[in-house]
Design a protein around this ligand. Structure first.
Ligand SMILES: [Zn+2]
Length: 428
């Protein structure tokens, strides 16, 4: 049957978290092949076992390429695709100078369609099969990215960004229109095919208390939606939040008091957290999303990966396009490694690959569907060439084991390392 395929190579799966236990690599398992049928993983293991499972399957032999779950990017702004790598500003000025003028253009559906498709082309070329994206205040921007993903059979999460203050004319909604537009988009897109909706207040400075309250009410009505926002990215921003919400105990409290703290909540950045915030985030099982290229590019600070993992936080990894400086999760893993080094806590290659797949999938509460290779999981796969450039090839040739070889690709690899991408069991 044409719908049966066996991919042969070094197939990587995770049996647990490499942040728990003695040695990170022990959480990883290597197999010879993965069998795919009707968009799902039918089995993973020895090649002969996969052949016995699917005797008539087409075999695609990838030699010693690494085959793993497609990358999951847990926090992006697809409308910022065209302004990625904009020079010289910190968060608030960067939003005003670069982001807001570009986001203004997304009321035009044809422009939104163009950028949505360009964005998914770029991320797919980098091995990313699922993203969780902020859109703009325009419902058209949400329709554009969901339509593009639906056409490609891709699993994504997205939501209309809500802002009713401290943003320019043309980029502000109101508590009522934010609620109504978001509710209509949930009805149109949430759980349609592989699409999930995330209720999306941009961050406390651009939402009035009334708007945050409306978003909290919407989430209470649709508790199976995710909720995504930003938290404690820069010190100036935190001081601004304090002045806007004098009654709040801390930044997280500006969400918590309006019902915007929960297990399906995603909090981007979370760099400068106070003890109470860490405690509450952990208690709720909320997800923190680490965006390392963004944090260095905008000069925000160094996320405490090992400390937060050790206390049991749920953490995903993300590019934060276009505050982040790359569409590549390989580059993002490299930056997470570098921030770990600056903090004196380097991450193992197994931890980096896990964060970019299963960790991010768990942040999105999709770990039973994507982010790992196991029977019954959706067949979103990336095939990595571990010798994609002369520089990487000569290092990989000297590697003692798989982890040394993979680490060279993490640190120096780009879209040239992505040999093949499979989305929903189909080769892209
Ligand atoms: Zn962001």
């Amino acid at each position: 049957m044409a719908s049966q395929i066996i991919l042969r190579g070094q197939v990587l799966s995770f049996g647990g978290s490499p942040f728990e236990g003695e040695a990170p690599q022990e959480a990883a398992q290597l197999h010879e092949a993965v069998a795919v049928q009707d968009g799902l993983v039918a089995g993973v293991g020895a090649f002969k076992d996969m052949q016995a499972l699917q005797p008539a399957a087409q075999v695609v032999d990838h030699g010693d390429h690494l085959i793993m779950a497609g990358f999951v990017d847990a926090h992006v702004h697809y409308p910022q695709t065209a302004i990625i790598a904009s020079w010289g500003k910190r968060l608030i000025d960067w939003l005003n100078a670069y982001t807001f003028p570009e986001e203004m253009r997304f009321g035009d559906r044809s422009y939104a369609d163009e950028v949505a498709n360009r964005y998914l082309d770029l991320t797919t070329a980098n091995g990313t099969t699922t993203v969780c994206s902020f859109c703009t205040i325009h419902p058209e921007s949400v329709d554009a990215i969901f339509t593009a993903a639906q056409t490609r059979g891709q699993r994504i999460v997205a939501g209309k960004t809500c802002m009713d203050r401290n943003a320019p004319e043309g980029l502000r909604d109101t508590p009522q229109t934010a609620y109504d537009d978001s509710a209509a988009l949930i009805a149109r897109w949430h759980r349609v095919d592989r699409l999930d909706y995330a209720i999306t207040p941009r961050f406390s400075p651009t939402s009035s208390p009334e708007q945050l309250e409306a978003m909290g009410a919407l989430w209470a009505k649709h508790p199976d939606c995710l909720m995504q926002t930003h938290l404690s990215e820069q010190l100036d921003e935190i001081a601004w939040v304090r002045s806007l919400f004098p009654q709040a105990r801390d930044y997280l409290d500006t969400y918590e008091q309006f019902g915007l703290l929960g297990a399906r909540g995603l909090y981007g950045h979370a760099i400068h957290l106070e003890e109470r915030e860490r405690h509450r985030l952990r208690e709720y099982g909320a997800a923190l999303v680490h965006c390392p290229t963004s944090n260095t590019f905008i000069g925000s600070g160094m996320f405490d990966m090992q400390g937060l993992m050790a206390e049991g936080q749920r953490i995903g990894l993300a590019t934060d396009t276009g505050g982040g400086s790359s569409f590549s999760m390989l580059r993002t893993m490299a930056a997470a490694y570098e921030i770990g080094q600056l903090r004196g806590t380097p991450l193992h290659a197994a931890q980096l690959l896990w964060l970019a797949s299963q960790g991010s999938a768990a942040a999105l509460r999709l770990e039973d569907k994507i982010g790992n290779i196991a029977k019954g999981m959706e067949a979103d796969l990336v095939v990595l060439d571990l010798a994609s450039t002369p520089a990487i090839a000569q290092r990989a040739a000297n590697a003692k084991d798989l982890w040394e070889a993979v680490f060279a690709t993490i640190m120096m690899g780009d879209d040239r390392a992505v040999a093949e991408v499979w989305i929903g069991g189909m080769r892209v």
